[in-house]
Design a protein. Structure first.
Length: 365
């Protein structure tokens, strides 16, 4: 069986790009902690939007889909699943809620991973939820001509439980030691988990749920407010390329996790930047004024729905949909977004393209 030793990363030489990512993420984390104390109402609205996006994106990566309306209803538990895809979506919703609400009390262990997988698959009807694989699985790729080839062979079933135990124990040891930034070790753990590929089904979705759990436990809460899964879905090709590159020599313990660490840090940083952008949009405009005594005074002017939507449009590059605007502006109602968008159309500030579900908008420059 492959040996795991996360303590070796105490002396690992990370390149300047990774160190720069760490510096920026730490700065954004500090600012987010200030927002958590000052803007609890706005943040709760971001949480609800992020949940829907996370459930939708993480499942869509695996080809599990339903309509946007149904996703929202399932996440908010306003309806019952109608088919296999929706049942799997409901399972992801439940585990995501568990992680959001209980991360501080959830240890990182093999038993917990089995329990989370059990809950992920509880509505799927496959009977393999909460059980490690019993047959060898393979990571396959399809060539342009339609033929398949094996890209990576995970560990065999009889080694799976021991490997999962080993990565959990190593993560616990390095976390308690505190000598390595958890942002460096979390991607290593996730990559090892995906190379082990412990389940017959649900490995990718479990890895993304574990991403949130490990980040939250380490104090990085951005995934509660901005969907990390959505950013992974948007860069899906880069995600798989980074996994493949980092997997070279994994069985022989000659692998270098740098490329996957770099990818994950890029995603986390992008989420923090998006978080700050959303907060600025929904909080209003900050103006620095001067009092009669000459002292500077910071004043926040609450924006009307029209101003919030317009600011959201200004933050977009390329095309966008009404649903995307509604997600960016959780502080105002869908009807207010629609009214503001109509006004922007009448003013010629944006243009409308397509019809029905294919409708999208573009800002005039």
């Amino acid at each position: 069986m492959r040996h795991f030793d996360y303590m070796k990363y105490k002396n690992f030489r990370w390149d300047n790009e990774i160190l720069n990512y760490l510096t920026q993420i730490h700065e954004y984390k500090g600012k987010q902690e200030l927002y958590l104390r000052q803007k609890p109402v706005e943040l709760e609205k971001l949480v609800e939007v992020a949940k829907v996006q996370s459930v939708e994106s993480s499942n869509r990566i695996e080809g599990i889909v339903t309509t946007g309306t149904r996703i929202g209803q399932i996440v908010r538990e306003k309806t019952m699943p109608r088919n296999r895809d929706e049942r799997e979506i409901a399972g992801y919703r439940d585990v995501l809620n568990t992680v959001h609400e209980n991360y501080a009390y959830i240890p990182v262990s093999g038993n917990v991973i089995l329990q989370l997988h059990r809950d992920l698959m509880q509505y799927a009807g496959t009977g393999n939820g909460g059980r490690y694989k019993i047959t060898q699985n393979y990571l396959k790729e399809t060539r342009p001509d339609g033929s398949e080839f094996i890209r990576f062979t995970p560990v065999p079933p009889f080694e799976t439980e021991a490997c999962i135990h080993a990565i959990c124990e190593n993560f616990r040891i390095i976390a308690e030691d505190g000598s390595v930034d958890p942002l460096l070790v979390i991607p290593v753990f996730l990559h090892d988990f995906l190379c082990i590929h412990p389940f017959d089904d649900g490995n990718g979705r479990m890895s993304r749920l574990l991403t949130l759990l490990l980040l939250y436990k380490s104090g990085y809460l951005v995934g509660k407010y901005i969907s990390i899964e959505k950013f992974i879905e948007k860069s899906k090709d880069a995600y798989y390329d980074a996994l493949e590159a980092a997997s070279a020599g994994w069985h022989e313990e000659h692998d270098d996790p740098t490329v996957f660490v770099k990818y994950m840090l890029g995603v986390i940083l992008a989420c923090y930047r998006e978080f700050e952008s959303r907060i600025n949009i929904i909080s209003g405009t900050t103006v620095v004024t001067e009092t009669d005594s000459g002292k500077k005074k910071v004043v926040t002017i609450r924006s009307k729905a029209y101003d919030v939507v317009k600011a959201s449009v200004d933050s977009r590059i390329g095309k966008f949909t009404k649903r995307e605007l509604t997600e960016i502006c959780p502080s105002i109602s869908g009807k207010s977004v629609e009214a503001a968008l109509k006004k922007l159309l009448d003013e010629g500030y944006v243009t409308k393209h397509g019809t029905g579900r294919s409708t999208f908008y573009v800002k005039r420059y």
